[in-house]
Design a protein around this ligand. Structure first.
Ligand code: HEC
Length: 507
C-alpha cells in the first residue's frame, strides 16, 4: 500500500529553474496525464477531453483558473493533516507551472519531450465480475431542469448468501450520473414502489434498507476491500441503486450496469460502519434558522474496543460548509488526530477517503464529528432564495450531516462488543420515546390503545390516527415500508420493542 501511495505523490517532473521556459510536452503533459485525463476523456464523467496539446491549449485559461483555486482536480479532504490513498491534488509547484505556461502563451515545445500517453483499462476495471446486472429499462433524463434523485431496483435472485469484495458501476450516460448509492433491500418494499409513477424506478427514500454494498462517485476507481474483508449480501436481497442525476443540456437515457465481485467466504472480521452522528444526523438537532451563517452540530462516540480503521466519508446536502472528524485517544495515549477535514464541503464530490495505512484506534478513543452549515444569503449553494428555516430531511433541499468511519475490530473476539455499542448508539436515538411509552405502561394496554386509536377500525394506524406528539417518532422507529402508517406487523414490532424495554434489554 505504501509503495502505491508513494507513486501518486512523486510527480514525475524535473524541477524547473526560475525563468526557464515551460513547454506543453515536457512540463504540462505529465501533469495532465497523471491528474486530469482519467476523467477528462471520451466516455468518462468530465464534460470535455484533455488528452493532447490542442485540447489542453483550447481550455488553457479555464484550466489555469480551476487549478489555481483547486476546484480541479476535485478533492475536498485536507490531505496535509491526514494521509490518504489516491490523493487527487496538485502541488503548489504544479499549479504555478500551469500558470507560467499559460502566461508564456502556451508554448507547445518539442513532441519528442512528451511522456507516453496514459493507458486506461477499457471495460471492467477489476476484470470480469462474478455477477453482472443491468437496469431492466432505461430511465429518461431530460436536457435540463432540477437534479433528479431516483431509485432503481435490480433483483439479484441469489439462492445463497454471498460476500461482496467490490462493486463497479457502469452508467450508459456517464455525464449525467452524478453519484449512486448501492443499497440492499431484503423486504421487497422497493419492488413494490418500482414503476408506480409509470417510469422505471421510484423517487423518495421510503423503502426499507437492509444494508449497503458501497457507493459510486465519478472519478473514484472501484477498489476491492483489503485482506479477507467483504460486505454481506444475504440471499433474497434486491440491489437498489439510489442515483443522483445532473441534467447535461441534452436528453439522455440511463441504463446502468453493475458488476459485483463476490466471495463465498465470510470475512473473519466484519466491516463495521460507525456513523457520527448516527442515522445521517436525524436526531442531531439540525434545525437551521433562515439567515444563520454558522450553525454547528456535533456528536461523539467512544470506541469500546480497539478498531482498525480503513476509510472515512461524509454526507450532507447544500448548506453544509465544513466537516471534521477527530479521534482523541484516552489520557496519555498520544495526541488527538484528525481523521477527516473537509474545509469546503461540496455535495457534488462525496468521496470515500481511504487512509494511506489502516489506522489503529485504541479502546476508549473518542470519535467526534463537527459539521457546520451556512443558511445565509451569502452561501451561493443555498437552494432557498430568500433563505428559509431548514430541518433534517431526505430531500436535497433539507439537510443531513454525518461522517462515517469504516473499519474492523482489531481482535476478532471483540466483534460482539462493538456491534452492541453500535446498536446502542442507534437505539439511544429512540430512548426518550421508549421511556415515555414505558412510563405510560403502554405495553400492558397495547391492544386496547390500538383499538381506540384505530378510528376507522381497519387494523392499520394511519398517520392521522397516531397521537400527534408521538407521531413523527413512532413512524421513524416503526414504519418499515414507509407508507406513513403502522400495519399489523409494524404494531407487532412496537409490542416486541416495548417488551424489550420492560425487561431492560433495551433502553
Ligand atoms: C475525478 C474526475 C476529474 C478529474 C481527476 C479532473 N476533472 Fe475536471 N471536471 C470533472 C467534471 C465531472 C467536471 C464538470 C463538472 C464540474 O464543473 O464540476 C470537470 C470540469 C472541469 C473544467 C470546467 C470548469 C468550469 O468552470 O467550466 C475544467 C477546466 C477542468 N475540469 C479541468 C481539469 C484539470 C486541468 C484537471 C487536472 C488537473 C481535472 N479537471 C481533473 C472531473 C474531473
Amino acid at each position: 500500500m505504501k509503495a502505491f501511495f508513494a507513486l501518486f505523490l512523486l510527480a514525475p517532473l524535473p524541477v524547473l529553474a526560475d525563468g526557464e521556459p515551460v513547454t506543453y510536452h515536457r512540463d504540462i503533459a505529465p501533469i495532465i496525464y497523471a491528474h486530469c485525463t482519467s476523467c477528462h476523456r471520451e466516455g468518462e464523467s468530465a464534460p470535455f477531453p484533455l488528452t493532447n496539446y490542442s485540447e489542453v491549449s483550447r481550455k488553457a485559461r479555464t484550466i489555469r483558473r480551476v487549478t489555481g483555486d483547486r476546484y480541479m482536480p476535485p478533492w475536498h479532504a485536507n490531505s496535509e493533516v491526514t494521509e490518504f490513498l489516491n490523493v487527487r491534488r496538485l502541488t503548489a509547484e504544479q499549479i504555478s507551472r500551469i500558470d507560467r505556461w499559460v502566461s508564456a502563451g502556451k508554448p507547445e515545445g518539442d513532441p519528442a519531450d512528451a511522456p507516453d500517453a496514459p493507458v486506461f483499462t477499457e471495460g471492467w476495471q477489476l476484470g470480469e465480475p462474478d455477477l453482472i446486472v443491468t437496469m431492466a429499462e432505461p430511465y429518461e433524463v431530460p436536457a435540463d431542469g432540477p437534479d433528479i434523485y431516483r431509485n432503481f431496483v435490480l433483483p439479484l435472485d441469489l439462492a445463497e448468501d454471498k460476500w461482496v469484495k467490490a462493486v463497479e458501476l457502469r452508467p450508459s450516460a456517464r455525464g449525467v450520473v452524478h453519484h449512486s448509492l448501492f443499497h440492499l433491500d431484503d423486504s421487497g418494499t422497493a419492488r413494490q414502489l418500482d414503476g408506480k409513477d409509470g417510469k422505471p424506478g421510484f423517487s423518495g427514500m421510503s423503502f426499507r434498507r437492509s444494508g449497503s454494498i458501497g457507493t459510486y462517485v465519478p472519478g473514484a476507481s472501484p477498489r476491492k476491500l483489503p485482506g479477507d474483508l467483504a460486505r454481506p449480501l444475504p440471499r433474497g436481497s434486491d440491489l437498489v441503486l439510489s442515483t443522483h442525476f445532473h441534467p447535461s443540456g441534452k436528453p439522455e437515457l440511463e441504463r446502468t450496469t453493475v458488476g459485483i465481485y463476490l466471495t463465498d467466504t465470510p470475512p473473519a472480521r466484519k466491516l463495521e460502519e460507525l456513523q457520527v452522528p448516527p442515522a445521517f444526523g436525524r436526531k442531531a438537532g439540525i434545525d437551521i434558522p433562515a439567515g444563520e451563517a454558522n450553525f454547528t452540530i456535533r456528536d461523539s462516540f467512544t470506541l469500546p474496543v480497539d478498531v482498525e480503521a480503513y476509510s472515512v466519508s461524509g454526507h450532507a446536502h447544500y448548506l453544509c460548509t465544513t466537516m471534521k472528524m477527530t479521534a482523541t485517544p484516552p489520557e496519555g495515549q498520544g495526541p488527538p488526530r484528525i481523521l477527516l477535514e473537509i474545509p469546503d464541503w461540496d455535495l457534488d464530490w462525496q468521496d470515500t477517503y481511504f487512509f494511506a495505512e489502516p489506522l489503529v484506534l485504541t479502546a476508549g478513543t473518542v470519535i467526534e464529528s463537527v459539521i457546520t452549515y451556512d443558511n445565509s444569503r451569502d452561501n451561493p449553494e443555498n437552494p432557498h432564495n430568500p433563505p428559509k428555516r431548514v430541518k433534517w430531511g431526505r430531500e436535497s433541499t433539507d439537510e443531513m450531516g454525518s461522517i462515517t468511519l469504516a473499519g474492523v475490530v482489531l481482535h476478532s473476539d471483540e466483534q460482539r462488543e462493538l456491534r452492541l455499542s453500535l446498536q446502542k448508539q442507534r437505539t439511544e436515538l429512540f430512548a426518550a420515546l421508549g421511556r415515555t411509552l414505558k412510563d405510560k405502561k403502554v405495553l400492558a394496554r397495547l391492544p386496547a390503545i390500538v383499538k381506540r386509536l384505530d378510528r376507522n377500525d381497519n387494523g392499520i394506524l394511519e398517520e392521522s390516527e397516531l397521537p400527534r406528539r408521538l407521531r413523527e417518532a413512532l413512524l421513524l422507529r416503526l414504519d418499515q415500508d414507509g407508507d406513513k402508517s403502522l400495519d399489523g406487523s409494524e404494531i407487532e414490532r412496537l409490542e416486541k420493542w416495548l417488551a424489550r424495554i420492560e425487561t431492560g434489554d433495551e433502553s
